[in-house]
Design a protein around this ligand. Structure first.
Ligand SMILES: Nc1ncnc2c1ncn2[C@@H]1O[C@H](COP(=O)(O)OP(=O)(O)OP(=O)(O)O)[C@@H](O)[C@H]1O
Ligand SMILES: [Mg+2]
Length: 291
């Protein structure tokens, strides 16, 4: 580690489980597939890691199940998931649930802690209950029902021709996700990729389409576009830049490529220089469908 570099603390809690404990169990547990997440476009598995402490639910995305994409190199999405967790962990914002890269029944892939519902025991449950998409902070509502203080991202018509708005709350937890997405260059921040945690926490999942060198930010969180960084965000991004010049940057080079690791540092530096969240540029800046 270079002089002055912060050591990320990794002392978050995700769905009632301490980050360090989750990481240890995800890495070392006996990984068993329980089912496939029906709507997912890649082979996204609902799984458990077994061990002395019992089963821990997780999402297993084997590299072999990745559908080829025109704009991202093949067989790289699982590592992007892990790299996104590493950057999130360095911010201390606890956005991305603990995620590791390891071997499993369908070969190597990403394994991420499942965000179980508050008080639920998913390992013993008959049916998998998905956390509420949008965490109550992102929604599609009738045009006349936009709540004061909420940001309208897009106005459109629903299937029946009624005017509707894609909206999100003016909420600090969503802002953290929006800032992180700029750093990650996230091309897939749908409402359904924002999920509730415990005690009011809000998390982000599905970070396979991140870290491309070209601008690809595609998000439903444009309500913060153009706003000045908050003092706390500047502080976190300043520390993140230091991390990216050291051990975190080296980790990203291993998981991604040298170019993508450098581009990540440059996005952080640009954010700090411009001191504002970017505005949408180009076409297809909102993921479709948005949930
Ligand atoms: N860590 C998690 N905890 C709880 N639920 C999760 C987690 N990760 C994903 N999910 C749920 O599983 C769904 C599918 O996961 P994800 O979006 O990561 O898969 P995907 O294969 O990339 O799907 P798609 O291409 O359809 O977006 C999510 O929309 C969410 O409802
Ligand atoms: Mg998804």
């Amino acid at each position: 580690m270079s002089p002055g570099e912060r050591v990320p603390t990794l002392n978050g809690t995700f769905a009632g489980i301490a980050e360090q404990e989750a990481l240890a169990r995800l890495v070392a547990g006996d990984l068993r597939i329980e089912g496939r997440l029906a709507d997912a476009s890649n082979a996204t598995m609902y799984a458990v890691v077994g061990g002395d402490e019992g089963d821990l639910a997780c999402v297993y995305k084997p590299v072999t199940g990745e559908r080829p994409l025109w704009d991202f190199p093949d067989a790289t999405l699982a590592r992007r998931e892990v790299a996104a967790y590493a950057v999130s962990a360095a911010t201390g914002w606890n956005v991305v649930p603990p995620t590791v890269f390891r071997d499993g029944p369908l070969g190597p892939g990403s394994v991420q802690l499942w965000l179980q519902q508050d008080g639920a025991d998913p390992a013993g449950a008959e049916e998998v209950v998905l956390p509420a998409p949008g965490a109550g902070l992102i929604d599609i509502v009738g045009l006349r029902h936009v709540e004061p203080g909420w940001h309208t991202v897009l106005e459109a018509e629903d299937g029946g021709g009624r005017p509707v708005a894609l909206v999100h709350a003016d909420d600090l937890r969503l802002r953290h996700i929006a800032v992180l997405d700029v750093v990650l260059n996230n091309a897939d921040r749908k409402g359904g990729h924002v999920l509730p945690g415990w005690s009011g926490a809000v998390h982000g999942v599905d970070h396979g389409l991140t870290f491309h060198c070209e601008p690809k930010l595609r998000t439903v969180l444009w309500g913060f576009a153009g706003s000045h960084l908050l003092a706390e965000e500047r502080e976190v991004l300043g520390a993140l830049a230091v991390d990216l010049e050291g051990a975190l940057g080296e980790l990203l080079q291993e998981l991604l490529s040298v170019e993508e690791a450098v581009a990540t540092l440059e996005r952080v530096q640009r954010l700090l220089t411009v001191d504002r969240l970017p505005r949408p540029r180009g076409h297809r800046t909102i993921p479709w469908p948005p949930f």
